[in-house]
Unconditional design. Structure first.
Length: 323
């Protein structure tokens, strides 16, 4: 059953829950904004669902440090390395994006890599924040050493869903906000279907013999793996797999965080989604010309896409990510 709740009311409720879990008021307010953004934009597995199944339990059992103090451990004019102190990724990544935005305003491009963090929720929250400030934002995260999918053609789970987001400002209307996992679906949706006793689309899961399955229990029992964006190699799965590797490279070794494709995984070492790595990149369009002119051209580009003839099957017409 779907229950509709006013956004302000939901945000206040989430903030109270997080405060009860040990977060200070400022951190709880930041995290509640990230969580309710996800629910408001249709990323339900990363909203209050995540609060119930990830954030609150891990704050209470100490796996996420409620009293974390993220700190910059290395810095240049245009880049920084941030240690999350095992704190809530929603708060740590928000700080990382703020630092990257400040650096971009000074140098044209700012980049922050994050280590020792945890699940950061919806990537689009951070990039839309940059776009709302007239900046171009990119955000990505690996899943620590967690393995939910094998490399394309492989059998050992060693990569996460490794989501990424990009947002571009416009002069009016909704900005471009791409928010995607590199697998065909976020694993939270598979787990939700399993809890609710529902089947999943056959494109989501692939058994070890290469056949599809609609049974989410097969994923939970490690009898099937989540498919890469693009599906098998024959239909473009190398694209999703390649993007996942890129995210791990930029969020793992670069940040000093954990990553899935490590030698130990081939020896049967247990996976873990602790010491998650994130990366935030921000670009100031004014480094390349008039920011307003560029934003207006962005709007023209997106309007042209939206105003193009729609196919008969397109019930929503032509749209774009973020609209």
């Amino acid at each position: 059953m779907t229950v509709r709740v006013p956004l302000a009311e939901l945000t206040a409720f989430v903030q109270n829950v997080l405060t009860e879990c040990g977060l200070d008021a400022t951190s709880a307010r930041t995290a509640s904004d990230v969580i309710t953004y996800a629910d408001a934009h249709g990323f339900t597995t990363h909203g209050t669902n995540g609060l119930v199944n990830i954030y609150a339990p891990r704050l209470l059992d100490g796996r996420i440090a409620a009293d974390a103090a993220p700190r910059v451990v290395q810095e240049t004019a245009g880049a920084a390395l941030l240690d999350g102190d095992r704190g809530l990724g929603l708060v740590t990544m928000d700080l990382a994006m703020d630092i990257a935005m400040d650096k971009a305003r000074t140098t044209g491009i700012g980049m922050v890599a994050v280590r020792n963090s945890t699940h950061f929720g919806s990537a689009g929250y951070y990039t839309q924040k940059a776009a709302a400030a007239g900046l171009i934002g990119l955000a990505m995260t690996n899943c620590g050493a967690q393995g939910v999918a094998p490399p394309l053609g492989g059998t050992v789970r060693m990569l996460g869903t490794n989501p990424l987001s990009a947002a571009v400002p416009v002069t009016r209307g909704a900005p471009f906000v791409l928010d995607m996992s590199t697998t065909v679906v976020a694993t939270g949706k598979i787990k939700a279907a399993h809890r609710e006793g529902q089947e999943v689309p056959q494109e989501w899961l692939v058994r070890h013999d290469g056949t599809p399955t609609t049974d989410p229990a097969a994923f939970m029992d490690e009898e099937a793996d989540v498919a890469w964006l693009g599906g098998p190699a024959e239909t473009g799965g190398a694209k999703g797999f390649g993007l996942a590797l890129l995210v791990d490279l930029l969020c793992g070794p670069l940040a000093g965080a954990a990553y899935g494709p490590r030698p130990g995984v081939l020896k049967g070492e247990p996976a873990s989604d602790d010491n998650v790595g994130h990366t935030a990149i921000v670009i100031d369009p004014s480094a390349f010309g008039s920011a307003r002119t560029i934003a207006a051209e962005n709007r023209t580009l997106l309007d042209t896409v939206v105003n193009s003839p729609a196919a008969a099957y397109a019930t929503r017409g032509v749209t774009y990510p973020g609209a």
